[in-house]
Design a protein around this ligand. Structure first.
Ligand SMILES: [Zn+2]
Length: 88
């Protein structure tokens, strides 16, 4: 039996996870906060004057031509979404 120092497990922070291509912002959902599953997020992408967001928990989409509005909508959805995706 060994006693002594233990090496702490490496913690993976949400910032260390690679983001999907084209995603410029991510907002963790309420479900991510409750479960610790940081793949549950509302992901925002902007392209050619259009801004899109999509929730990885429930699939809720948003689209606007006014980019600053998408940040507000994405964060608002993320703060309340408790959805979990169906396991594959
Ligand atoms: Zn959602």
């Amino acid at each position: 039996m060994t006693h002594g120092t233990s090496t702490p497990q490496a913690q993976h922070s949400p910032a260390a996870q690679p983001w999907p291509e084209g995603v410029t912002r991510r907002y963790l959902t309420k479900a991510a906060e409750l479960t610790g599953n940081h793949t549950l997020a509302v992901e925002v992408s902007e392209q050619a004057g259009e801004a899109h967001s999509r929730c990885t928990g429930c699939g809720h989409p948003e689209r606007t031509y006014y980019a600053p509005e998408i940040k507000y909508r994405a964060q608002k959805h993320a703060e309340t979404c408790r959805a979990l995706p169906r396991p594959a």
